[in-house]
Design a protein around this ligand. Structure first.
Ligand SMILES: NC(=O)c1ccc[n+]([C@@H]2O[C@H](COP(=O)([O-])OP(=O)(O)OC[C@H]3O[C@@H](n4cnc5c(N)ncnc54)[C@H](O)[C@@H]3O)[C@@H](O)[C@H]2O)c1
Length: 237
């Protein structure tokens, strides 16, 4: 496996590359600094990756923020950049463009399936990711793209994003409710990031999964959200 790590934060990106290099040959991983909300920079990151490794097979749209004060960036990073990352991934991987197929995994959240009183924009952005992922997965099947698109919805995970709950510059008018969120975290528990990696690998390895919404919780582990049925599709499509 060859990996391009893409992140705005150079320190985090280099530390991730160092961690990979301890386990794998250093040639297998590159770090590409990039603000995913910048259209040109994201396009460049894809181009650099394909130029470097010669091919693209998997895209994980993972970058995300929790910001209810400067809420527009939450929509920009969590939703618009995920849509753009998906379209760029399809451009390189889909059959009709000469690609050899692949898989795209969009990181949503349980907040994309439930209302969250103290993070309404974060919740909206993640609802958007799920709706987009399920819809584009249908388009991929109908259009025979050869690319599967799925979403992962974790509960609370032990990563730095949880620290944003304590910050007024992130929570804005919802700062007063930080204890309520902490109570929720205590109630539901915190998941180890390794379980998210396990879920991701399961999606990548199972070729039958497309348009699925994987939930990862402390109580139930890795499981899938069940929907009643898919909407009407014309046979002519
Ligand atoms: N930790 C949780 O409790 C939790 C729960 C559900 C979903 N998620 C989602 O998981 C994903 C990963 O988050 P995490 O928990 O690892 O948090 P994190 O804060 O540790 O990681 C997010 C990463 O995204 C990067 N990033 C932010 N804005 C960026 C931008 N504009 N361009 C490029 N990179 C950018 C950050 O530098 C950071 O490395 C996010 O989409 C998040 O919403 C997290």
């Amino acid at each position: 496996m060859l990996v391009a790590l893409v992140d705005l934060n150079e320190e985090v990106g280099k530390a991730s590359k160092d961690a990979f290099d301890k386990q794998f040959d250093a040639q297998r991983t590159i770090f590409v600094p990039c603000d995913v909300s910048d259209e040109e920079k994201l396009k460049d990151a894809f181009q650099k990756t394909v130029q470097h490794f010669g091919q693209l097979d998997i895209v994980v749209n993972n970058a995300g923020v929790n910001n209810e004060k400067n809420w527009e960036i939450t929509v920009q990073i969590n939703l618009i950049s995920v849509i753009r990352g998906t379209y760029l991934g399809l451009e390189y991987m889909k059959n009709e463009n000469g690609g050899s197929g692949g898989a795209i995994v969009n990181i949503a959240s349980l907040a994309g399936l439930l209302p969250v009183a103290y993070q309404p924009v974060y919740s909206a952005s993640k609802h958007g990711v799920i709706g987009f992922t399920r819809s584009i997965a249908m388009a991929a099947t109908i259009g025979n793209y050869g690319v599967r698109v799925n979403a992962i919805c974790p509960g609370f995970v032990n990563t730095p994003i949880l620290q944003s709950i304590d910050k007024e510059e992130n929570m804005g008018q919802y700062s007063a409710y930080k204890q309520n969120i902490k109570d929720m975290i205590k109630f539901y528990g915190i998941i180890d990031p390794s379980l998210i990696a396990e879920g991701l690998i399961r999606i990548l390895e199972d070729d039958t999964l497309n348009g699925e919404v994987m939930k990862i919780t402390n109580k139930q582990g890795i499981h899938f959200h069940e929907y009643n049925s898919l909407p009407f599709q014309s046979k002519q499509q």
